[in-house]
Design a protein around this ligand. Structure first.
Ligand code: CP3
Length: 321
């Protein structure tokens, strides 16, 4: 995850000339950046270079990325009236540049590896829209969720419709797989997840059934709600490093794949420790089909590229055995 980004010098060189949003909006640049890790690391898939927050702008929520701080939203949602004012849009028009990039990337990949498209899930998207940026406790988000459940459900239903449509457009444009990021949903317990989130996220996955591409459902810190996340949908469920992957898979069940789950900060330490942790994951999987080796969350900017390259190579060598 974040397999393209600031830990790669070629990405930083491009970022000197263009903002993150420019790279996301100009198909030639999005294509170039998507290909950077494919050309440098033995990855088994390309990840569309885009951002989870792009759909906010056409619904009327303006934002930018502030260096060193992350996303900053100019007009966050603060009331039921703000939710009523959100604009429904057609991703085929307002996010056409993403769909154009998908076609371009597929031509460049020429079948080398599959391309993964993605979008944010309702909780994670709503949390940015409401908090106005990153949050540690999701106080504003939860205040709206508990305090105005009707407005909350209206917002999440709106987001679920939009995301279903957007992912469907990405599939039509040619992605081979889609991943739904509910990165921050681990902030909820099982009961609240099932009441406030599951119906909406489930609608997204239900809408993608029959579209002919596999789906991945991902969150961080989700140990206590893995079974609920599975029930919401996804052919593959992501697990972070806090749960040993075999335990996570036992909860998720044998009818789904699992993705994970190396701690990305391990890549900042000695490579022997990275290999030992990779061995542990592969031992726990024991050759069972349906596992996607991945980090449990995104690569950090200070990660040495050589460690990422060595890890991908090592996992291929060990799993071929
Ligand atoms: O290679 C890939 O994985 C594709 C690119 C990708 C980006 N964002 C580009 C990006 C993907 C898959 C995302 C998803 C995304 N965006 C998520 C879900 C995944 C996760 O991390 O849990 C979230 C929560 C976002 C929102 C977002 N975008 C944040 C919070 C930030 C700031 C964090 C930071 O590290 O500064 C971003 C910025 C962002 N999106 C970067 C990249 C490569 C940072 C690089 C830059 O500023 O140039």
């Amino acid at each position: 995850m974040r397999q393209a980004g600031r830990y790669m010098s070629e990405y930083m060189a491009l970022r000197k000339k263009h903002s993150l949003l420019e790279i996301c909006r100009i198909p030639d640049l999005a294509t170039t950046v998507t290909m950077q890790p494919v050309n440098r690391i033995e990855v088994d898939a390309a990840i569309l270079f885009s951002d989870l927050l792009l759909p906010l702008e056409p619904m009327g929520i303006r934002f930018d990325f502030v260096a060193g701080e992350g996303p900053a939203i100019e007009n966050p949602i603060r009331s039921a009236a703000d939710i009523d004012a959100l604009r429904r849009f057609d991703p085929r028009e307002s996010l056409a540049h993403v769909l154009t990039a998908i076609g371009q990337i597929q031509r460049e990949l020429a079948g080398r590896v599959p391309l993964i498209g993605f979008a944010g899930a309702p909780f994670t998207l709503a949390s940015y829209a409401i908090e106005g940026g990153h949050s540690n406790n999701f106080a504003k988000t939860k205040a709206l969720m508990y305090g105005e459940p009707e407005a909350w459900h209206k917002l999440c239903a709106f987001l679920a419709d939009l995301i279903s449509d957007y992912l469907s457009a990405q599939i039509d444009a040619g992605v081979d797989c889609v991943q739904v990021f509910d990165s921050w949903v681990g902030a909820l317990n099982s009961r609240d997840y099932r009441e406030f989130i599951m119906p909406h996220t489930k609608r997204i996955f239900d809408s993608l059934e029959g579209k002919g591409v596999p789906t991945i459902h991902f969150g961080v810190g989700t140990r206590s709600i893995l079974g609920d996340i599975r029930d919401a949908g996804g052919d593959v469920i992501g697990a972070d490093w806090r749960t040993p992957i075999d335990e996570a898979w036992n909860v998720i069940g044998p009818d789904r794949g699992v993705q994970g789950n190396l701690d990305p900060t391990l890549l900042l330490g000695p490579i022997e420790r990275v290999f030992a942790a990779a061995d542990d994951i592969l031992d726990r999987i024991g050759g069972r089909p349906g596992h996607i080796f991945n980090l449990g969350h995104g690569i950090l900017p200070q990660t040495p590229l050589s460690h990422v390259q060595a890890l991908a190579h090592y996992v291929h060598r060990q799993s071929a055995r």
